[in-house]
Design a protein around this ligand. Structure first.
Ligand code: ATP
Ligand code: MG
Length: 414
């Protein structure tokens, strides 16, 4: 073994943090169910083609970030870098086109080989939704509104901002690309090395560049929004109108493009200013060509994914854990009786801690550290009378209670 540290960019999730992650994932799932989504779980690895053919040979994910290996049977396998391609593959493999429109939710780990930073890891978790089979902006509105509700339920309403753009349909996009390339070619000397590479393969990505020199060039670039054909324009107008009707506030960011090739029409991101360069917490868009491109029946789709770690960084842990009840035996003979009482309470649904050893003082300290709401002290003498002492850990108030009625007294703390 070379090292006992986890591999760079991966981490062990300890209980405290795990609780936050679970809150994010369960909130997402609960909201998704309310909006009529069912959960799908696809494998965390797929044939490499599932991603390379759909994400586009020029995307950062495919060119730089995939964990790909040959397995013992000689198959090219990739740990999934995102969820949509796998869902689209599952849609085709399972013949789900009979069930359209389809609303699916997913959660789970994703893998990307990138430079680890706060909110950027090589193994990270996403929650996401997809709507398949709806070509009208209704699905775009619903998809964005579920995202908004999800983030609101996490208490993030005041920390996030929705940015929206239209990438247009295929015709608009290719007409625009030609113009953009013409403009950028005239400014090649000012573009970064990365962007020069993108110029041939994926010029729209340059709009999204974080390089300052690129950004200066992009400011005066022709704008996609001026090149949208009528159909694309009215699609976008309907979307904006629908969102406004639902009270969803957004900003039209004309430079917002998504990193993957399969997007069209709607692209959106929920951003926060609190996480530096990792400010995008939830991102999505429409991908009408994806399923067809994979070899399935032409099926429109739209969805989003959110980074669970990034969202967790924005949550405060305040009063997160449910407070336990501490059962504290005082004296050796009380130990086994304490176990019986503990077990009885746990079976009734209480969260109970029974320290394994130590004197009263040590055990009280443990109860405090666990933020116990109450303690049940069981002394040897008391047990002969079948009573114990119930202590309110906040007020310090104590009273003797019969063990038979213990549960009635504890109901207050459940
Ligand atoms: P970025 O611009 O930050 O690299 P992205 O465009 O690659 O984001 P998406 O592919 O849209 O991200 O993924 C959706 C969400 O998943 C992101 O908004 C982010 O919250 C989260 N995410 C993406 N990559 C990572 C990562 N390496 N570590 C943690 N979270 C991530
Ligand atoms: Mg990325």
């Amino acid at each position: 073994m070379t090292s006992l540290n986890p591999v760079r960019g991966t981490q062990d999730i300890l209980p405290e943090e795990g609780r936050l992650y679970r809150r994010v994932e369960e909130t997402a799932f609960e909201v998704a169910e309310r909006y009529g989504f069912g959960e799908i779980t696809t494998p965390i690895f797929e044939f490499t083609e599932v991603f390379s053919r759909t994400l586009g040979d020029t995307s950062d994910i495919v060119t730089k970030e995939m964990y790909t290996f040959e397995d013992k049977g000689g198959d090219q396998i990739t740990l999934r870098p995102e969820g949509t391609a796998g869902v689209a593959r599952a849609f085709i493999s399972n013949g789900l086109q009979q069930n359209l429109p389809l609303k699916l939710f997913y959660r789970g780990p994703m893998f990307r080989y990138e430079r680890p930073q706060k909110g950027r890891r090589r193994q990270f978790r996403q929650v996401g939704v997809e709507i398949l089979g709806v070509a009208t902006p209704q699905a775009d509105i619903e998809t964005i509104s579920i995202a908004q509700t999800f983030l609101e339920e996490l208490g993030l309403k005041d920390y996030i901002k929705l940015e929206l753009n239209s990438l247009g349909d295929t015709d608009s996009r290719s007409a625009y690309c030609d113009e953009l390339v013409k403009y950028l070619s005239d400014h090649q000397d000012k573009l970064s090395k990365d962007s020069l590479e993108r110029l041939d393969r994926n010029p729209m990505r340059i709009l999204d560049s974080k390089d300052e020199g690129d950004q200066a060039v992009v400011v005066d670039a022709p704008r996609l929004q001026d090149n949208l054909n009528e159909a694309s324009q009215s699609f976008f107008e309907d979307l904006c109108e629908g969102l406004t009707k639902l009270g969803i506030v957004f900003e039209h960011n004309t430079n917002l493009v998504r990193g993957l090739d399969y997007y069209c029409h709607t692209a959106f991101e929920f951003k926060t200013s609190d996480l530096g360069a990792q400010g995008t917490v939830l991102a999505g868009g429409r991908y009408d060509g994806l399923v067809g491109q994979m070899g399935g029946p032409e099926t429109p789709g739209i969805g989003w994914a959110a980074g669970v770690e990034r969202l967790s960084l924005l949550l405060d842990d305040g009063a997160e854990a449910k407070r336990p009840i501490a059962v504290i035996p005082v004296g050796g003979k009380a130990e086994s009786e304490a176990m019986v009482v503990t077990e009885m309470l746990r079976k009734k649904g209480y969260r109970v801690d029974l320290g394994y050893s130590g004197n009263l003082k040590k055990r009280m300290k443990r109860a405090n550290r666990l933020n116990a709401v109450a303690a049940v002290l069981l002394g040897e003498d008391e047990l002969t009378r079948n009573v114990g002492t119930l202590r309110n850990m906040d007020s310090g108030e104590q009273k003797e209670v019969s063990l038979e009625t213990l549960e009635d007294h504890l109901a207050l703390y459940k």
